[in-house]
Ligand binder design. Structure first.
Ligand SMILES: Nc1ncnc2c1ncn2[C@@H]1O[C@H](COP(=O)(O)OP(=O)(O)O)[C@@H](O)[C@H]1O
Ligand SMILES: [Mg+2]
Length: 315
């Protein structure tokens, strides 16, 4: 029994640092060549961890449930998340595992990404702090296709939280295996919200157009909000209703890492406040857009006031 406050949101998510190496013209070379670059930073990575920070910044009481190794990168993540107000009491540190790491080689126009998944695929339903999970108002699953150990046991977990009146959402993120199912289609009836980007929605649904993808996926139950980068977002519900929101104008992105996670946090914040789909989409787009104004996944994440102001200006 603990004195921790009951969370609005529990994120079942990946938790690992991003090592971002940036330079106007970064070009790595094998053959033991050493090259100097302008900037290097270790920062909060992992879609789940980034999304949890975005939600905490918007004022949701947020807890992350995940898995790290008992190592420097794991401790770095726990400290950094706690500093940003995320409850990490549900993150398990396992001394038999290594914390994952993503190395991002970034230049203004493009980036190369190398990910060591580490502990991510070892997260499992049995490792979930069930008391914490069931105390939430909403449960969000990030990086579905990376958390291969978790997804095997996810259906009964979501079913039981929903039976207790908790709402659910899922951001698939990219599927490195290229198969784009892993039981996700069968899981759709257990989701209140599905939050893919356009490429992901099309691949999961086997369609070529984001609105067709949203409509098709929504037939299985969830409200589907599809992120369209600089074009904003669209949503479809099970009745075939479509909503659209443009991205706010006048945004000149510095770095789009984490934009989708900020969007997710914004959408869930509005959803839990009882906002309709149009307003939730516009608010989520404002959150995504603001997050692109700083480097890395977390540093541009807006406060509630900043996101509201931009969403209102876009109306
Ligand atoms: N270049 C941009 N200009 C304005 N808003 C953006 C831009 N890129 C992303 N956003 C906002 O962030 C949201 C999520 O970004 P997106 O890149 O579509 O998601 P993901 O990171 O999951 O691929 C978009 O729906 C949009 O509202
Ligand atoms: Mg994404």
């Amino acid at each position: 029994v603990s004195a921790r406050p009951t969370p609005d949101l529990v994120v079942l998510g990946d938790c690992n640092p991003d090592l971002v190496l940036s330079d106007p013209e970064i070009e790595p070379a094998f053959g033991q060549e050493e090259r100097l670059i302008e900037h290097a930073e270790l920062t909060i990575g992992g879609s789940g961890a980034i999304m949890a920070c975005a939600a905490a910044r918007l004022g949701l009481r947020t807890a992350l449930i995940g898995l790290v190794g008992e190592d420097h990168f794991g401790r770095f993540m726990l400290d950094a998340l706690a500093q940003r107000g995320v409850d990490v009491s549900g993150v398990v540190a396992d001394d038999r595992l290594r914390t994952g790491l993503t190395v991002i080689l970034a230049r203004p126009d493009d980036r190369a990404i190398l990910t060591f998944p580490g502990a991510i695929p070892s997260m499992a339903a049995e490792r979930i702090d069930s008391e914490l999970l069931h105390s939430a108002r909403h449960v969000h699953v990030s990086s579905y296709f990376l958390q291969t150990g978790l997804v095997a046991g996810l259906e009964p977990v979501l079913r039981s939280v929903r039976a207790g009146g908790v709402s659910t959402s899922l951001d698939p993120n990219w599927d490195p295996s290229g198969r784009w199912d892993a039981g996700l289609r069968a899981l759709l009836p257990q989701l209140d919200l599905l939050l893919p980007n356009a490429a992901e929605a099309c691949r999961i649904s086997g369609t070529e157009d984001p609105s067709a993808a949203a409509l098709k996926l929504a037939e299985q139950g969830p409200l589907v909000a599809v992120k369209l980068g600089a074009d904003g977002a669209i949503a479809a519900d099970a009745h075939g209703r479509i909503s659209e929101a443009p991205a706010p104008r006048g945004i000149e992105p510095v770095d789009t890492v984490g934009a989708g996670d900020a969007f997710d946090a914004g959408f869930i914040k509005a959803y839990l406040a009882g906002e309709g789909t149009d307003r939730a989409l516009a608010f989520a787009c404002a959150c995504g857009a603001l997050s692109t104004l700083a480097a890395g996944g977390v540093d541009g994440q807006p406060t509630l006031a900043d996101a509201r102001a931009l969403a209102a200006a876009a109306e």
